[in-house]
Design a protein around this ligand. Structure first.
Ligand SMILES: Cc1cc2nc3c(=O)[nH]c(=O)nc-3n(C[C@H](O)[C@H](O)[C@H](O)COP(=O)(O)O)c2cc1C
Length: 351
């Protein structure tokens, strides 16, 4: 435990306080998903902030090849992106913070205390819930290494709920914000997130708490806000649905139509190719998006087979063609009544 008086976060108003002054929701860190293209789409729709996939502090400090570190690299002009680090050694975390700050221009730094995957556990992640004093030392070391806000993302505990005690220690160590995923590490992703437990944490620490777990709609997010959290974080529910951020930021409530969904799926693929460039075979591959693209069009199961087999941008275009809007004023491109309806809808929405 730390000694001395608790650090008052309001003594150093930072990124989180500024962003929390407005409405909206946060894009969750998700390894394999919350990469630059997904973050860009969420940010454009008004996400309060986004969080990178977790990055190994050791890898950052000892690896050293910036070109390959697409995990942390921002897209051109990216702002409001928090970089999440995992690790268990204060000196390494401090050095990783300095590297991340120099290389990735983060808005704030977050400590991963929730990942239950064994290879991460051995060096940090949810393991830190069993040895919270180590996590407190990590937060102190990270704070000393940067003037940016430092936060932590926890689960409720390892196999039982210790979240209040852990969160209080983190706040005392200087965390400017704490995100709580309402499950224990032992639960992984089973059962339901416990929002009452999240509410208890929010009521017992002097810093903002962001709640995470099972939010898939704007209505649900609003209901969860009533638990006293400063904001709601959305992970799986935001994959293929960046419009959730638009609704929660106070923008358009209306659900997008098929044409807008298809255009955004295509844009996701275009951003992917632009960000990652050619793969090791020299191909502009969109294969990693096979798991993502069908989620843009849940009402169109007939597109699924083609979308889960895409290799190139052209494949994506072809797979989406039945629902993509034709260019305005080009009726020759309209194929059948479905495409005509999609085109009309697009014209109305974008006038
Ligand atoms: C595929 C996947 C990858 C994740 N990766 C991370 C991660 O890198 N860091 C982290 O703190 N949480 C990670 N999480 C947890 C999410 O941030 C979030 O807390 C959890 O999924 C519950 O929220 P949801 O129901 O809105 O998805 C991941 C979750 C999923 C499903």
């Amino acid at each position: 435990m730390t000694s001395g008086p608790p650090l008052r976060p309001e003594a150093r108003p930072g990124f989180y306080a500024r962003r929390l002054a407005g409405p909206g929701a946060v894009l969750a860190p998700m390894a394999g998903y919350s990469d630059a293209p997904l973050r860009q789409l969420a940010a454009e729709q008004g996400a309060l902030w986004t969080v990178s996939e977790m990055i190994s502090a050791r890898g950052l400090v000892l690896g050293g090849d910036t070109d390959k570190l697409t995990l942390g690299r921002p897209y051109p002009g990216e702002q409001g992106r928090v970089v999440q680090l995992f690790g268990a050694e204060p000196e390494i975390l401090a050095q990783a913070v300095a590297r991340a700050e120099g290389w990735f221009a983060p808005a704030a730094l977050d400590l991963n205390m929730g990942c239950p995957v064994p290879k991460v556990r051995g060096r940090g992640g949810a393991c830190l819930l069993q040895t919270p004093e180590v996590a407190f030392a990590l937060v102190r070391a990270m704070r000393e290494a940067t003037a940016l806000d430092v936060s932590a993302k926890i689960r409720l505990g390892w196999d039982e709920d210790r979240s209040v005690e852990v969160a209080q220690g983190l706040a005392e160590a200087g965390a400017a914000l704490i995100t709580v995923h309402g499950r224990t590490s032992a639960q992984r992703y089973t059962g339901e997130a416990d929002w009452e437990a999240i509410a208890r944490v929010a009521a017992s620490v002097p810093v903002p708490v962001v709640g995470s777990g099972d939010v898939t709609s704007a209505a649900q997010a609003r209901a969860r806000l009533r638990s006293g959290v400063a904001a709601v974080m959305v992970g799986r529910g935001a994959v293929g649905n960046p419009w959730l951020f638009r609704a929660l930021a106070g923008g358009q409530e209306e659900e997008p139509g098929a044409a807008e969904r298809a255009r955004t799926a295509l844009r996701h693929a275009e951003l992917h190719v632009a960000f990652y460039g050619p793969d090791r075979f020299g191909l502009l591959s969109v294969r990693p998006l096979r798991k993502v693209l069908p989620r843009y069009l849940p009402a169109h199961p007939e597109l699924r087979d083609a979308l889960v087999q895409v290799d190139t941008l052209e494949d994506v275009r072809r797979a989406l063609a039945p629902v993509l809007a034709p260019p305005a004023g080009d009726p020759a491109c309209v194929q059948g009544p479905q495409a005509a309806a999609a085109g009309a809808e697009y014209a109305v929405r974008h006038r």
